[in-house]
Structures are given as structure tokens and as C-alpha cells.
Write a protein that binds this ligand. Structure first.
Ligand code: AMP
Length: 176
């Protein structure tokens, strides 16, 4: 295994039964806390996307707000937040999605992107894919040229990547 991947895997904190029994929570704050891990994440994300003409990084609230802007500055791109309802001040577009219990909604500013943008959406973790699928639908409403999707961690047994359309390229740093 790549030394950098090994270092990251060692520093993800596993929390059993959080927030509810049966869920093994992958805590990425221990990656952000460690200076070397934070640098590795920044470098690996940059290496993945540096030659793709990315103009905007879109981060999903709230753990997508940490590496998202770091990646954006490395790429010389802008940063766009996708937020929970009632947080964005200007006109928004919104998308609702089913969760294990009930539904959730995400919003983006209506003027956040346009058809000239090449976008990478970023969040910390891919589980079922519901959150990022809704985020992708929001971004598609603004017809960017290309959409990439990125996670720090992908829970591969849940096969969350199967929810994305074929034209969306999905990549993760760690498969767990
Ligand atoms: P999903 O929509 O099922 O792909 O869930 C993804 C969102 O829920 C991400 O924003 C994650 O931060 C969070 N999440 C889901 N499952 C876990 C887990 N096992 N450990 C940490 N975060 C999780």
C-alpha cells in the first residue's frame, strides 16, 4: 500500500454505535488534526484534479467545508457551499432526498454556477450516496460542462457510487 494511504488509514478514528447503534462512524477530524495527514489530503486531492480544468469546488455541509476550500485554493478555483435549508441568504435551488428516517433537503445559490464551469463536488464520506446524489442534482440544474465527485472515504460495501449517472466521475481517496 502507498505509504500515504497507510498513514491516512491509521489515523481515521472508528467510533462504534455513533450516532445510533449499528453504525460504525468514521471520524475524519483525526485526519485534519494531524499536520502530516492534512498535508497528504491536500496533496492527493490536488494531484487527482490538477489537470482537469476545474473552475469550482462545491462542498457539502458540513464536513465538505474543510478540504473543499483547501482544494479550491490549490487549484485556483472558486468554492461553492451546498447547505441545509434556511442558511443561504440569496435565492436558492433545492433538492430533497430520502434518508433512513424521513427526508432531508439541500440548497445551493441559484447563481452559484454556469454552463462554463467544470465542477468537483466534495464531501468527507460516501455511504448510501443519498446526500451527494441530491447535491449532484442541484449542480446539474445549472448545466456545468463536467461534474466530478470526490470523497475522502468511500464505504465500498454500501455501493453508494451506483446512484450516480454514468457521466459523473466518482473518486475517493480511501476505500474502507
Ligand atoms: P449518505 O448520504 O448515506 O452517503 O451519507 C453521507 C453523509 O453522512 C456524509 O455527509 C457523511 O458525513 C455522513 N455519514 C454517513 N455514514 C457515515 C459513517 N459511517 N461515518 C461517518 N459519517 C457518515
Amino acid at each position: 500500500m502507498d505509504n500515504r494511504i497507510e498513514k491516512l488509514v491509521e489515523n481515521v478514528r472508528n467510533i462504534p454505535d455513533f450516532p445510533i447503534p449499528g453504525i460504525q462512524f468514521k471520524d475524519v477530524t483525526t485526519l485534519f488534526k494531524d499536520a502530516e495527514c492534512l498535508q497528504i489530503l491536500s496533496d492527493m486531492l490536488y494531484e487527482m484534479y490538477k489537470d482537469r480544468g476545474i473552475t469550482k469546488v462545491v462542498g457539502v455541509e458540513s464536513r465538505g467545508f474543510i478540504m473543499g476550500p483547501i482544494l479550491a485554493t490549490r487549484l485556483g478555483a472558486g468554492f461553492i457551499p451546498i447547505r441545509k435549508p434556511g442558511k443561504l441568504p440569496a435565492e436558492t435551488l433545492e433538492e430533497s432526498y430520502d434518508k433512513e428516517y424521513g427526508t432531508d433537503t439541500v440548497q445551493i445559490h441559484k447563481d452559484a454556477l454556469n454552463e462554463n464551469d467544470v465542477v468537483v463536488l466534495h464531501d468527507d464520506l460516501l455511504a448510501t450516496g443519498g446526500t451527494m446524489e441530491a447535491a449532484c442534482k442541484l449542480v446539474k440544474k445549472m448545466h456545468p460542462k463536467k461534474i466530478y465527485v470526490n470523497f475522502i472515504i468511500e464505504l465500498k460495501d454500501l455501493n453508494g457510487r451506483s446512484v450516480f449517472d454514468k457521466d459523473v466521475e466518482v473518486e475517493s481517496i480511501l476505500n474502507m
